[in-house]
Design a protein around this ligand. Sequence first.
Ligand code: ATR
Length: 286
Amino acid sequence: MVDGRTRVVGIIGWPVEHSFSPIMHNAAFRERGMNWIYVPFPVPPGRVPQALEGIRALGIRGVNVTIPHKEAVIAHLDSLTPEAQAVGAVNTVVVEADGRMWGTNTDAPGFWSDLQAHGVSVTGEWVLVLGAGGAARAVVYALARAGANVTIANRTVGRATTLAHRIHQVLPHRSFRVVELRAETLAEEAQRHVLLVNTTSVGMWPHVEASPWPEGVGFGRIRVVYDVIYRPRETRLLRQAAAWGCRTIGGLGMLVRQGAEAWRLWTGDVPPVKAMEEAVRRVLEE
Ligand code: ATR
């Protein structure tokens, strides 16, 4: 029950009504018996400064930030963590008691901790990443941070080059390669990598029959395929990979763990990751 002591967190985005975060975070508060609530706040483009001022003035403990505000919030925060700086996007804002607001990015640690949860080690390995958009920035940074070298394959090669330079500047001891995302190249790259991560939006609901991996191209030496897409649970890419004998991992764990990390930052408590995952799993299956 909401009362005079209820602590408030939430999400700002445009739109926000399809977000799974309210369900996931409120399930975590219920699980822990905490008097907190997570609320969706639709914030139109251009209203980010006012929204952040409001969040500060209202004593809201923090917010998640989603499309299209992940970059726009940066200019209005007091400080950023190294993750947010490297990725160039903020998905979590924390408001301190004195009103100071700082931003971080929990997509990178969320991805990394899900890899760990699945027992996938990347240190010293070359990893093949498909895509060079927003999700790729977090994934490439997380991989490089964990000691991997990264080949980025993207339809628009220039975007991949920009991303490689960006992360190389922050982590100069890692190596990066850039290739074009097309059948002949992927067939070759599949012989040089054991781990593949898809960060493109290809195959995401409702376009579930699409795949970033061309039909008829083998997965070569690739053993593990991770798709950051969580809807559908099993993408066409994961089905292709499973048919080749690869181990497959969907994006649900990354979604849950980026949320769990934000929850930890706001509450200071250990997040109930299982309860959060079950809550999202339930709505995804509806
Ligand atoms: P997100 O924040 O979800 O990563 P994004 O920044 O728009 O979204 O990036 C989408 C990624 O999916 C990009 O790598 C994009 O490739 P381009 O950089 O060439 O646009 C990739 N993508 C989207 N649709 C694609 C398609 N039909 N074929 C290949 N790649 C596609």
